[in-house]
Design a protein around this ligand. Structure first.
Ligand code: GRF
Length: 194
């Protein structure tokens, strides 16, 4: 069974979608812990309301990066985590974690990678860049996580069309809708492999 840790920095809607799919018994998995580097992340509030242990763990609480990584690893081990989902986590994963969870960390990105990924490509920047490039389609990508931003192997993508009237905001809303389908679908696939 997948014992999932969700890492999130913001609103937490992808975490919520995944939680719902699990609660509805569509996925045989458990979200055992939620970790955020942002004390005011909506994901922490949501986790509390779902009775899922949730922790604010930030680099700033530690004198060096090693101690931060150790704390993350300890937390993951203490909950027997065997799969990590990054759902809007705005911090690069360190090698200590990517090595310990090789091919067991996935991320969701709001564009069709390998286009529109990498440093600076987050939030509305992504959708503005897609529109500026006059792309006809965009979408969501779930990929494995390695030490570089948005660089690990692509696992699955779901497309949306970009219309001439789309603004970054309207495109973000369309993409978010498919993110909420794609992420649970990919986690389901992994849960069935176990
Ligand atoms: C999503 O668009 C995701 O693709 C990106 O960050 C956003 C997180 O949204 N990595 P939410 O916090 O899940 O609502």
């Amino acid at each position: 069974m997948l014992n999932i840790a969700v890492f999130a920095s913001g609103r937490g809607s992808n975490f919520e979608a995944l939680h719902r799919a699990i609660a509805d018994q569509k996925i045989p998995a458990k979200i055992v812990v939620v970790i955020s580097n942002n004390s005011s992340s909506g994901a922490l509030v949501l986790a509390q309301s779902f009775n899922i242990p949730a922790f604010h763990i930030s680099q700033r609480q530690f004198s060096d990066s090693m101690m931060f990584q150790q704390k993350l690893l300890e937390t993951l081990r203490s909950f027997n985590v065997n799969f990590i989902v990054l759902a809007g986590y705005m911090k690069k994963m360190d090698t200590a974690i990517t090595r310990a969870f090789q091919n067991r960390i996935i991320n969701i990105h709001p564009a069709l990678l390998p286009k529109f990924g990498g440093a600076g490509m987050f939030g509305m920047n992504v959708h503005s860049a897609v529109i500026a490039a006059k792309e006809k389609e965009s979408g969501a990508t779930v990929h494995f996580v390695n030490e570089e931003y948005d660089n690990g192997a692509i696992i699955a993508q779901q497309k949306v069309s970009v219309d001439v009237h789309d603004t970054p905001e309207s495109l973000a809303a369309k993409v978010l809708k498919v993110e909420h389908e794609l992420l649970p679908a990919v986690v389901k696939m992994f849960s069935e492999k176990i």
